[in-house]
Design a protein around this ligand. Structure first.
Ligand SMILES: [Zn+2]
Length: 290
């Protein structure tokens, strides 16, 4: 599967009960994005919210038979890690949204389904958005991404009875003005998010934490990132569906000044593939229909 909305690296049917997704590493700019921008924002600024290189970082998992879903569009255009009803009314024409409104509270920092501001607080759009264009954006980008993630999880669970989902992100080394917890806060090497123990078996979180810590990383849990919609929406630990968010610190693999990968990328990638391999062995299944 490969189009301008999403790519699935690896098989549609997981060969281990693992599924990966990278919702924020896309940077293909929709053709009409530039025309909508405020005068204080340029196209390069729209990569502000990007989890740069994250799909590439995890891509070797595909050769282990583990699907990796990657969004191709920028997070500033639409954030798939939000409920489709998480509309920022301050961005809407007339402050009005006629469909289901499911606010997460992220509109407060300008980061609801469709971002209103960049990380430094600059407004992204020159004018409010119409109901029609927001509906179209949800149908064209949000729905296919979510449908594909659900299909990959369903396929794996149908084969193995359980599925473990890693929702893959990266975070800035230091928080910005609009960041969680306020500006200027240095981040840990890694942050795991299971929404305070509700989206997966605590043993899964602990296994990932301990494995990453064994490589020497400083790992925090649910602090400050607990995970958002993609770990919430399809998880159901009691029924064998486990989702965990994994944030890696950008300073481990890229240069803060120009966004290029540095020598740490290969080391981090090797560690993450060791983690994936360890998870594959820990949850090595007896296929139901072998
Ligand atoms: Zn992210």
């Amino acid at each position: 599967m490969n189009n301008d909305v999403l790519v699935v690296h690896g098989p549609m049917h997981a060969q281990r009960p693992l599924v990966l997704d990278s919702p924020h590493s896309g940077f293909q700019m929709p053709s009409d994005f530039r025309a909508k921008l405020s005068e204080v924002v340029c196209e390069a600024d729209l990569r502000d919210g990007e989890d740069c290189h994250i799909d590439e970082l995890y891509r070797p998992a595909a050769s282990l038979g583990i699907p990796l879903l990657a969004a191709q569009f920028p997070r500033t255009w639409l954030d798939p890690n939000r409920h489709a009803g998480d509309i920022d009314l301050a961005l809407m024409d007339g402050g009005h949204w006629p469909d289901a409104h499911v606010p997460s509270g992220k509109a407060r920092i300008g980061k609801a389904l469709i971002w209103r501001t960049l990380d430094d607080g600059r407004p992204i759009y020159a004018r409010p958005l119409s109901v029609a264009e927001v509906r179209q954006r949800i149908a064209r980008y949000h729905q296919p991404y979510h449908a594909m993630l659900q299909t990959l999880l369903d396929n794996a669970q149908a084969a193995f009875g359980v599925v473990y989902h890693l929702n893959c992100h990266s975070m800035n080394a230091v928080s910005g003005v609009m960041g969680e917890g306020g500006a200027g806060v240095a981040r840990a090497d890694m942050v795991l998010g299971d929404r305070d123990g509700t989206t997966c078996d605590p043993a899964f979180t602990e296994f990932v934490r301990a494995t990453l810590a064994s490589f020497g990383y400083d790992v925090k849990i649910n602090d400050p990132f607990k995970g958002v919609e993609l770990v919430r929406a399809y998880s159901n630990p009691a029924r064998g569906r486990h989702s965990l968010q994994l944030e890696v610190n950008k300073r481990l693999y890229m240069d803060g000044s120009n966004g290029a990968k540095h020598a740490g990328f290969a080391t981090l990638q090797a560690h993450l593939m060791q983690l994936i391999d360890a998870l594959g062995r820990r949850y090595a299944p007896t296929p139901r229909h072998a």
